[in-house]
Each structure stands twice: as structure tokens, then as C-alpha cells.
Design a protein around this ligand. Structure first.
Ligand code: BGC
Length: 746
């Protein structure tokens, strides 16, 4: 390590002395390159990886193919595994090859900020961004790029060079406990947001990891669950999301998931890893296992390149057993070379050698500003009767009720939990996964809505009631001018919620408050949709998701109009659990480790697509979100050809500036009724302003996947589209002829 030819080249000779120095340095570089040519950044990542692999011993290659969790954690047999001395305590560590200048991999979680699991690095904090679902609700890939860059930049400044984010599983079950870490239910939206975040992170010279590949749509029994689905349907939904994100982001790694897919564990699934990911999509990076998701040496033959958190597995499979398999000839040497090549190639492509992470001070206040911007942009205004919002400042008395709104805003739990940079979170024990058996600790990030509401309306008397006794909360509401009820539902890795209801009697609390005061506003802090039996009785509803460490401020900004809300739902909010593809949560209550399965019979019709096909009216549709202004669409032109290009005007017809997210849906493909998002754009418009938007569809969004022939297939014919505000409000319709040749991609 420690030779950085790049720097010498970049040094630029501006004086004769400088020129001489540069020449000397270049001479030193040339000498280094001759000795270790893989360090020459002028060569392609593949060339460099091939040269490095050729110089490595079998043991050195095997060393790159597995690593422990860099936390004090014992093996299943109880044998303790110390954190390697060279590691930074965190999610993972893979030693490098010192003699060849190959750096170690320092791996950290994840998508909403750099984590510090169990406070293993005392005092180390990070910017806690809003949940990925909130980010997705912005429908703004540029913001996602900045979020990815922020997390990547902080990771780099803490010494990490691999980020275990971003998560991007499609929401197939709105009770999945990790949906808050993902990007919603639509392949186009999720892929555009994920691809941008990957680019943002990797531009900071930190490898980004798309996860969890694939169909990790439920957490219940996640280690044994067999997720079953028709292959064509999978190609057109969850896999399409990954395919598009990988194309646009070129992530250095992809993490395979715990669950099985159609009978085989995802990390040992040859169809998924070898056929789809590596052959059809020509993915050049590496596949890392989720922590403890490697099941044996044979996984290497099925496409897994690296074992992670290896002390969690029954054996360190990709250590001595893999070496023995190579020596016995059951795993080919060429395969080991390929595994090492893929890892090295990503390291070179992302610049890990030339730009090693260096511990640096982080400008947390500047980063907090981005956390605030994302939270503001991702809040969705769901209801605003009689334009109660924005609230007039200086209402004499404002009641704030429930949700621990005096302490902060809820965040999601599990490996993505971030220790925020702006103060100590309130850690509050709450009832567990619905059966009352388990108590979890929910973290409330220190951005108190009560304080922020008071700051936004300094002359008001802001009174807080915890909401534990609905009658007491109602009494406060009755003597207040407006009542703002905060309701929460904690979601956490490892658990699904049993249903869509708000837990702990919060529905009753809202009813009691709404009965007492017609000016009741509900603020949801959830990582999923919830049902709203009280909806008709309240005046306004905001979905604030888990809004991150600046969330209280963002909520107050929307409530009082400093920010015009423009978030749109990245997931359908159903009316009832009975409207779901699986009305009862599959496998609820089955013991961990039970061999269970789920048939994802909705196939490619995830979320709004299934609702549209079956004609079920949602409570709030995918893409829905109100504003304090109004937008109109007209002058539609649809141009056909190899794909569809759709142009239209968006006009802000209201009295204030705001952002809109017009959405283009395909409604029929050569006579076949379909319903798919094929384009969207977040457009900021001053009052009265108009902008022409042109969106071109990726040809795969118009096509069907022909599994037998292994390619996308679209029929020649008339394709119909609608431009709308949400999946259930498509107002402007048009059509054009499409004569696809061979759509791109696999
Ligand atoms: C999670 C991953 C995470 C890993 C390392 C696993 O349990 O599923 O998303 O990156 O742990 O913390």
C-alpha cells in the first residue's frame, strides 16, 4: 500500500522545479508500475484486476473471499471471534494483500447513514438521514445522488471504503419490517433512486452495495423463507428494478439475501446469480453474502463471490473448506480467480487504491441541512380539508399529542439504525411484533416536533399531552385552537408487522381528539402504510415517514407553510388488510428457523399494478400527494417508434411556488391492458409558471420478458399512456405506434 501514482500525475508542474519534481515522481511511478502494474490507474479496472490476480497466491485469493463481522461476536459453537486488530469495528472487514498494495475492505451499514452498531465506536455519530422510503417519496433522483454522496463521504471520512447500502427490495408486503430501508413498490422509481444513490456514494470512492438480491420481501422467518414466484414475473418486477439500477449505478457489489428464491437460497442460487445477474446482465462486480447467509462451499459454484460475517455461518466456508475444494478439484481454480477478480475490479473501478479513506472531520451542520431538505421534500400531504394547512401562525393555543413528540421523531430499527449527530436519541421500549411477547427499543431522533412547532409559532401556547389517556388528550384538544396528533409505528429488521393498523390504541386516540376538535391534524411517523379508520373525522394528514434527525423541523416547516409539501407516495396505502395479496401476514408466529414459504402470486403486479388490475380502490394511491398550490397538465404529445416519448405541459395554477411530480403510466401495450409507471419528473414551478416535460420510456417498461427465449419481447402496435397525479388519477391520455426492434438489455 501507500503508492499513489495518481497523485503524482495530478500534481501538475507549474515551474521548472515543479516539472523536475514531477518527472522524478513519475519515474518513481513508472518503477512502481513495472513492479506492480495493477497499481497503474491508467489501465482499465479489468486489466488491473487480471494483473493482480495473476500475482496472487491461492491463499491470498482465498483471503479476499471471506471476512468476519467486525464486532465481538461468537461462532455458532460459542467460540469467541475477536475483532481483527486492523479492522474498524463495524459490520464487516476483509483483509487486503499488503505485499501487493491491495487495501483491506472496511465495510459499514448503510443506506440512511453510517452506523455504529451497539456503540462499538464510542462517541462516533453520523448524520441520520430520513428513511429511504422518505427519500423515495421525493421522486427526486438528484436528491438521492446527494444522499448517497453524503453517506459515502461520511463513510470515507471515518475510514470505510465499502457501504452496505442501498437497499432496494420492492414493497410486496406493506407489513415488511424493512420497507423503510427500501425505495417503494415500483421498479422504475426504485431503480432510478437506487442508481443515483450508488453513483453518489461511489463518487466518494466508497463501493456501494445493492441489496438484498432478491425477493427479500418479508422479514418473518427470513433465514428459511422460500420466496416463490413465476420467473417471468420476477424478471419484470424485482429483478427489473435491480437490472435498471445496476445499469445506471454500476455498484461495486450486490448483496444476496437470506431467503430462498424458488427453492434455492439466494446466495447459492445459480439461476439468480450466474444466469440472471452475471450472464444476462453482464454484471462485472462481486456478489457478497448477507451476514450469515452462506450455506456451503457449493455457493461459490452457484455465483457467490464472498462470504460475509463469516463467524455467523456454520463454518468459514470460503476459508479452509473452499481451499480444500479447490485442491480436490470440486471448485475450479478459474472460478476462484473470477471471484477475486470481481472484488479487485470493483476496488480499482471505484478508486479505493488511489483514494484510500482517511479519517477526517465531518461538517455535520452542513450535512444536517441535507437531512432537513430530504425530510421536507419527502413528507406527503395526504389530506387537507378546507385548507386547514398551512396553519396560520400565532393560533392562541396548539395541542400537540402523542408520538413522543416532546422527545423527537421515530426511526427504524436494525442494522441501518444510525446514532445521530445532533444529540442523543431517546431510547423508548415499546411492545414488540404484535403478539406482545417481545419488547423492542425504539429510537427517537432528537428533533422534537413540540419544540419546532413552538419555534414556528412563537406566540402560541404549545401544550403537549403524551396521549396515553385518550380522554385527557381530548380534553386538551377541546380547549385548543388546533390539535396535532403524532402517531407512530416502529418497524425493525427481523420483524414484520402483523397487520396495517396503528398499534397501542392510537386509532382510538385520534378518534377521541378528532371528536373534541374539528381542527385535528394527524402526523404519521411510520415505515409503511397504515389503515386510517378515522380519516373522515380529521381535517389533515401528513405522512412524515421516519424523517431523520432533522425531522421535527421538517414537519413544522410543512405544517406552517415554510415548505410547500411535494412528496408523493412510493407505496400504495390500502383501505383494509383484506385488500392485500395476502390478507393475513404469512407465517406469523412460526418459530424462527421453520421451513416456510410464500407464493408471491401477484407476480409482476406489485402494489398499484395489482390494485389497478383487480379494480380495488386504495385509500391513497401510489404517486399521490397534495400541495399548497395546484397543477394542471395539457398539450400532450406522444411519439412512437422504438419506444414512447411523452411530452406535456405542467402549469402551476395556484398562488404559490411548489414542486409537482407528474407521472406517465402505460395503460395498454399493443392491445394488452397493462398499468405501469414509465416516467416521472419532479418539477419546481413558481406560481403561474409552466414547464414542458419530455419523458422517454425505457423499452423494457413496454415489454414482457420471454423466459424461454431469454429476452425482452414487445409486440408492434398501439401503446396507450396516461399522464396523471397518481396511479388512480390519470387525466391526460394519448397513444402512439411502437415497433420495437430488439429492446435493450438482457
Ligand atoms: C442485514 C444486512 C446488513 C448486514 C450487516 C444483515 O443482518 O440483513 O442488510 O448489511 O446485516 O450488518
Amino acid at each position: 500500500m501507500g503508492r499513489f501514482p495518481q497523485r503524482a500525475r495530478a500534481a501538475g508542474a507549474t515551474s521548472r522545479r515543479g516539472a523536475a519534481a514531477a518527472a522524478l515522481l513519475c519515474w518513481a511511478c513508472a518503477a512502481a508500475y513495472a513492479e506492480q502494474p495493477w497499481l497503474d490507474a491508467r489501465r482499465s479496472p479489468d486489466e488491473r484486476a487480471a494483473l493482480a490476480v495473476a500475482a496472487m497466491t491461492l491463499d491470498e485469493k482465498i483471503g479476499l473471499l471471506h471476512g468476519p463481522m467486525a464486532l465481538p461476536y461468537s461462532r455458532p459453537n460459542g467460540e469467541p471471534v475477536p475483532v481483527p486488530a486492523a479492522a474498524i469495528p463495524a459490520a464487516g472487514y476483509v483483509p487486503g494483500v499488503r505485499r501487493l498494495g491491495i487495501p483491506a475492505l472496511f465495510e459499514t451499514d448503510a443506506s440512511v447513514g453510517v452506523t455504529n452498531p451497539n456503540g462499538i465506536r464510542p462517541g462516533d455519530v453520523a448524520t441520520a438521514l430520513p428513511a429511504s422510503l422518505a427519500l423515495s417519496a421525493t421522486f427526486d433522483p438528484a436528491l438521492s445522488y446527494r444522499a448517497g454522496a453524503l453517506v459515502g463521504g461520511e463513510a470515507h471520512a471515518k475510514g470505510f471504503n465499502v457501504l452496505l447500502g442501498g437497499g432496494m427490495n420492492l414493497t410486496r408486503d406493506p407489513r415488511n419490517g424493512r420497507n423503510f430501508e427500501y425505495l417503494g413498490e415500483d421498479p422504475l422509481l426504485a431503480s432510478r433512486m437506487a442508481g443515483a444513490a450508488v453513483r453518489g456514494t461511489q463518487d466518494q470512492h466508497v463501493i456501494s452495495t445493492l441489496k438484498h438480491f432478491a425477493l427479500n420481501a418479508n422479514e418473518t422467518n427470513r433465514h428459511t423463507l422460500d420466496a416463490r414466484i413465476d420467473r417471468q414475473a420476477l424478471r419484470e418486477s424485482d429483478l427489473l428494478a435491480f437490472e435498471l439500477a445496476i445499469e445506471s449505478g454500476s455498484p461495486g457489489s450486490v448483496m444476496c439475501s437470506y431467503n430462498k428464491v424458488n427453492g434455492d437460497y439466494a446466495c447459492g442460487n445459480g439461476w439468480l446469480l450466474n444466469r440472471v445477474l452475471k450472464k444476462d446482465w453482464r454484471y462485472a462486480g462481486w456478489v457478497m453474502a448477507d451476514w450469515g447467509a452462506t450455506h456451503g462451499v457449493a455457493d461459490a459454484a452457484h455465483g457467490l463471490d464472498q462470504e460475509s460475517g463469516d463467524q455467523l455461518d456454520d463454518a468459514v466456508w470460503f476459508g479452509a473448506p473452499l481451499k480444500a475444494a479447490v485442491q480436490a478439484g470440486s471448485i475450479r481454480r478459474a472460478r476462484i480467480d473470477d471471484m477475486a477478480h470481481r472484488i479487485l475490479r470493483s476496488m480499482f473501478a471505484v478508486g479505493l487504491v488511489e483514494h484510500p479513506p482517511v479519517k477526517t472531520a465531518i461538517d455535520y451542520p452542513a450535512h444536517a441541512a441535507l437531512a432537513l431538505e430530504i425530510a421536507q421534500a419527502g413528507i406527503v400531504l395526504l389530506k387537507n380539508e378546507s385548507e386547514l394547512l398551512p396553519l396560520k401562525p400565532h393560533a392562541p393555543r396548539i395541542a400537540v399529542i402523542g408520538g413522543n413528540a416532546d422527545s423527537g421523531v421515530l426511526s427504524g430499527g436494525g442494522s441501518s439504525q444510525v446514532t445521530p449527530s445532533n444529540g442523543t436519541p431517546a431510547r423508548i421500549p415499546i411492545g414488540g411484533n404484535g403478539d406482545g411477547a417481545l419488547v423492542r427499543t425504539a429510537w427517537f431522533d432528537p428533533s422534537s416536533p413540540v419544540k419546532e412547532i413552538q419555534a414556528a409559532s412563537p406566540q402560541s401556547e404549545v401544550l403537549y399531552d403524551a396521549g396515553a389517556i385518550p380522554a385527557a388528550a381530548a380534553a386538551l384538544a377541546a380547549r385548543s385552537d388546533v390539535a396535532i396528533v403524532f402517531v407512530t409505528r416502529h418497524e425493525c429488521e427481523g420483524f414484520d408487522s402483523p397487520d396495517l393498523t396503528l398499534p397501542f390504541g392510537q386509532d382510538g386516540l385520534i378518534e377521541a381528539v378528532a371528536n373534541a376538535n374539528p381542527h385535528t391534524v394527524v402526523v404519521l411517523e411510520t415505515g409503511n402504510p397504515v389503515t386510517m379508520p378515522w380519516l373522515d373525522h380529521v381535517a389533515a394528514v401528513l405522512a412524515a415517514w421516519y424523517p431523520g434527525q432533522e425531522g421535527g423541523r421538517a414537519i413544522a416547516d410543512v405544517l406552517f407553510g415554510a415548505v410547500n409539501p411535494a412528496g408523493r407516495l412510493p407505496i400504495t396505502f390500502p383501505r383494509h388488510d383484506s385488500d392485500l395479496a395476502r390478507p393475513a401476514l404469512p407465517n406469523l408466529g412460526r418459530a424462527d428457523g421453520a421451513a416456510v414459504s410464500i407464493d408471491y402470486t401477484e407476480g409482476a403486479d406489485v402494489g398499484y399494478r395489482r390494485f389497478a388490475r383487480l379494480g380495488i380502490a386504495p385509500l391513497f394511491a401510489f404517486g399521490f400527494g397534495l400541495s399548497y398550490t395546484h397543477f394542471e397538465y395539457d398539450n400532450l404529445t406522444v411519439t412512437g417508434g422504438r419506444t414512447l416519448s411523452v411530452s406535456f405541459d405542467v402549469r402551476n395554477t395556484g398562488a404559490r411556488a411548489g414542486a409537482d411530480v407528474p407521472q406517465v403510466y402505460l395503460t395498454a401495450a399493443a392491445g394488452t391492458p397493462v398499468f405501469r409507471l414509465i416516467g416521472f419528473e419532479r418539477v419546481m414551478l413558481e406560481a403561474g409558471a409552466v414547464r414542458r416535460v419530455t419523458l422517454e420510456a425505457d423499452p423494457r417498461l413496454l415489454a414482457f420478458y420471454d423466459e424461454r427465449r431469454g429476452k425482452w419481447d414487445a409486440k408492434r402496435g398501439i401503446y396507450r399512456v396516461g399522464v396523471g397525479r397518481s396511479a388512480d388519477d390519470v387525466s391526460l391520455r394519448g397513444e402512439a405506434g411502437v415497433s420495437p426492434r430488439s429492446p435493450t438489455g438482457s
